[in-house]
Design a protein around this ligand. Structure first.
Ligand code: PAF
Length: 306
């Protein structure tokens, strides 16, 4: 008879010292530690990251999910105050997966004990010049700073992030490699609704009409993929095709549509097999519906990787 996998009940940690003690004890017991950093307001996309974390560390491993609405990654006029805070529902959802050992929910004071803005920050240069970085000054420095802090608090062997925030993942990979954290970063594929809309906590802000029209983001990305499959290699033509698709939604307002090298995140003259990422490009866009900003992306492959 096959044995059923163990069911984990999570313990709540709210201070860095308590979280570190938990992580140190798990390490001392020879367990492999995984971290899933989140802002909370968990949806099925987050739970897929959590399951991936458990699969990666196995039944004897240790999975921590952090829930922290990080003030330093929100710019003036962004939705820091309004960001949904649903801790009880988040914990229920995590416990239902039966895969989580620890939930780390620090206060702002615990994460930034010397006040805000912090004196010491972590930043990755250049990779934030385009895409979201061009429109959200300081955002990625806020992300890298808090993730470095979470790594030090939770001491994982690996951390799982969603590919939906592709620029964030590329920047965090760079930070982790350059600073020698020795942590494996795992990118989990985008989880989508049946009509193609990428799951996001911000989808909850959309009216019914906006929600129906938000499908244009994934449609635009599919249009770019189809054009590449037909042989199109001009990023400007691909961007125009995506913009045209978004324009079919009357409530949509494009913030950016870009095609960049998947690793350097810099624009290219033409898609080719020989670029820095060996033929991998990122088509990405940010679109407003009212005050709600949605992002999505897809990898474009040319040459042998296609
Ligand atoms: O992607 C997110 O939810 C956040 O940017 C992260 C990685 C948890 C850092 O606050």
């Amino acid at each position: 008879m096959p044995t059923s996998p163990p069911v984990y009940e999570s313990t709540l940690f709210t201070t860095v010292a308590a979280m570190q003690a938990e992580a140190d004890a798990a390490r001392a017991a020879g367990r492999r530690l995984a971290l899933v950093p989140t802002l909370g307001a968990l949806h099925a996309g987050h739970l897929a990251l959590v399951r991936e974390a458990r699969d990666r560390v196995g039944p004897g491993g240790h999975v921590t999910v952090s829930i922290f609405v990080n003030p330093t990654q929100f710019g003036p006029g962004e939705d820091f105050e309004a960001y949904p805070r649903t801790l009880d529902a988040d914990r229920d959802a995590l416990d239902e997966t039966g895969t989580v050992d620890a939930v780390f929910v620090p206060t702002v004071e615990a994460m930034y004990p010397f006040g805000l803005p912090p004196f010491a920050t972590v930043a990755v240069r250049d990779l934030d010049r385009h895409l979201c970085g061009a429109h959200r000054p300081g955002h990625f420095a806020g992300v890298t700073t808090v993730v470095a802090r979470l790594f030090l608090a939770c001491r994982p062997h690996l951390a799982v992030f969603g590919q939906k925030d592709a620029q964030q993942l590329a920047i965090l990979r760079r930070m982790t490699a350059d600073l020698g954290f020795g942590i494996e970063l795992v990118g989990h594929p985008i989880v989508r609704e049946a009509d193609g809309l990428a799951l996001s906590s911000r989808n909850a802000y959309l009216s019914a009409q906006e929600r129906a029209q938000a499908v244009v983001l994934s449609q635009a990305l599919r249009a770019a993929q189809a054009a590449v499959a037909r042989g199109e290699r001009d990023p400007a033509v691909l961007a125009r095709a995506m913009e045209a698709q978004v324009a079919t939604a009357p409530l949509a307002r494009v913030q950016y549509v870009e095609v960049v090298d998947a690793e350097t995140l810099q624009p290219v003259e033409a898609l080719s097999e020989g670029g820095p990422s060996g033929g991998r490009y990122l088509a990405a866009l940010a679109v407003f519906f009212g005050a709600t900003r949605l992002i999505d992306n897809v990898t474009l492959r040319v040459g042998e990787q296609a």
